[in-house]
Design a protein around this ligand. Structure first.
Ligand code: S3P
Length: 430
């Protein structure tokens, strides 16, 4: 397994583009697969996770041609997927498994979807329950874990209130709703990312919003589209945090996705004192996109909690490692979901921050990381537990530490951002 050495840096500056948004890439590929005609998707994510989705779609009989960050998908139509010859492999990707579970539930065939060791430990009951209510028969490993064996059926519409704020569960139900003869409703007490809703509307599905309810009308005709994926703000955040770690930094990130259900991280950084500005904000296929400019500022830190957590969930590792560089430190509450991500992110953050000398209090649903007065971080050997966001968060924390840091198993960053380390090296000055 490849190690990555991170030496301390003086500053970070310049401009960059990040790979296409992972969440949006999955959705465009899946809906293009269910549409009629050939969709052309540009700036498609380079993430290994999105390759897993493309690979699963090919195995379902969809024609997928990928060249660099351009992907052409010739859809099979709503009724045209074919039974795969062997188990589908979602790799490390929860989005692939949970969203495809929704689609597979509406097919007339039986299929199996599996994933790597990490994905096999992640809770799938949350999609099994509503999809079973719609009529699918799903067998899992004891406790609701992958592999999932899905026997599709003629699905019936349901009204479903999300028991956990999860865009993946919401999306699984909405996608299954495409295969019903009626109107499926998902009620989300806490708002989560709405890329599925926006993408469904782009492809021609009929959706209504009524307060916290989203209703999808079954059996639409989905039509192929030309789509451009915005840059992944969750990847961009590592660079924004690097600029907060290193004095005199100044960065511009071009074409970043600014969907309001994803951009809460910019508000959090702003409220802690970061000078963040948005330039040339525009709409692209229903998604907001723009350039994000940031300059270094010594941040106050603060508490992150409540409903905001659902809209910041992927950014919390990067925010947490900023704790020792802030005045008051950073406290994260109500974020128990972090324990069921690609790794137990609360435990991994606490363990690795302590290795670097930070003062950390770990709690069941969050953690508190002490601020600057607890002392400067020092280099350490970091164990990311195969979790891409851990590898990247600690690479950024290491830039301001004393001495070298070694990130074990660093290639796991490729799950979302294969060029992360080379991009970081290009922008830092020592
Ligand atoms: C995602 C939703 C979130 C997020 C994940 C991507 C999506 O997961 O953490 O990285 O694309 O819908 P949950 O739905 O489990 O909160």
């Amino acid at each position: 397994m490849a190690k990555q050495i991170i030496r301390p840096a003086r500053t970070i500056s310049g401009s960059l583009e990040v790979p296409g948004d992972k969440s949006i890439s999955h959705r465009y590929a899946m809906l293009a697969a269910l549409a009629e005609g050939t969709s052309d998707i540009t700036h498609f994510s380079a993430a290994a996770d999105c390759r897993s989705t493309l690979d699963c779609l090919s195995r379902l009989g969809v024609t997928v041609e990928a060249k660099g960050d351009r992907v052409r998908v010739t859809g099979a139509g709503l009724g045209g997927l074919r039974q795969p010859r062997r188990a589908l492999d979602a790799g490390n990707s929860g989005t692939t498994m949970r969203l495809l579970a929704g689609i597979l539930s509406g097919q007339e065939f039986r299929s199996t979807i599996d994933g790597d060791g990490s994905l096999r430990r992640r809770p799938m009951r949350r999609v099994i329950d509503p999809l079973t209510k719609m009529g699918a028969r799903i067998r899992s490993r004891e406790g609701g874990y992958a592999p999932l064996e899905i026997e599709g059926a003629r699905l019936s519409p349901i009204e479903y209130t999300l028991p956990v704020p999860s865009a993946q569960v919401k999306s699984a139900v909405l996608l299954a709703g495409l295969f019903t003869d009626g109107v499926t409703s998902v009620i989300e007490p806490v708002r989560t990312r709405d890329h599925t809703e926006l993408a469904l509307a782009e492809f021609g599905a009929r959706l209504d919003h009524d307060g916290r309810a989203i209703r999808i009308h079954g059996r639409p005709r989905l039509e192929a589209r030309s789509l451009a994926v915005p840059g992944d703000l969750s990847s961009a955040v590592f660079f924004l945090i690097a600029a907060m770690v290193l004095p005199d930094s100044s960065l511009v990130i071009h074409n970043a996705g600014l969907n309001p259900t994803r951009s809460a991280v910019l508000d959090v950084l702003g409220s802690m004192g970061a000078p963040v500005s948005l330039i040339s904000v525009r709409s692209s296929n229903g998604e907001l996109v723009g350039d994000v400019a940031v300059r270094h500022e010594a941040l106050k830190g603060g508490v992150i909690e409540g409903d905001a957590i659902a809209q910041l969930i992927d950014e919390l590792p990067a925010i947490a490692v900023l704790g020792p560089y802030t005045e008051q430190g950073i406290e994260i509450r109500n974020a128990g979901e972090l324990r069921v991500k690609e790794s137990d992110r609360i435990a991994s953050l606490a363990e690795n921050l302590r290795r670097m000398g930070a003062e950390v209090e770990e709690r069941p649903d969050g953690l508190r990381v002490a601020g600057r007065s607890a002392g400067r971080l020092h280099g350490a050997e970091i164990e990311p537990h195969g979790d891409h966001r851990m590898a990247m968060a600690f690479a950024v924390a290491a830039l301001g530490a004393e001495g070298e840091t070694v990130i074990r198993d660093a290639e796991c960053a490729g799950v979302s951002f294969p060029e992360f380390f080379s991009t970081l090296e290009r922008l830092v000055e020592r």
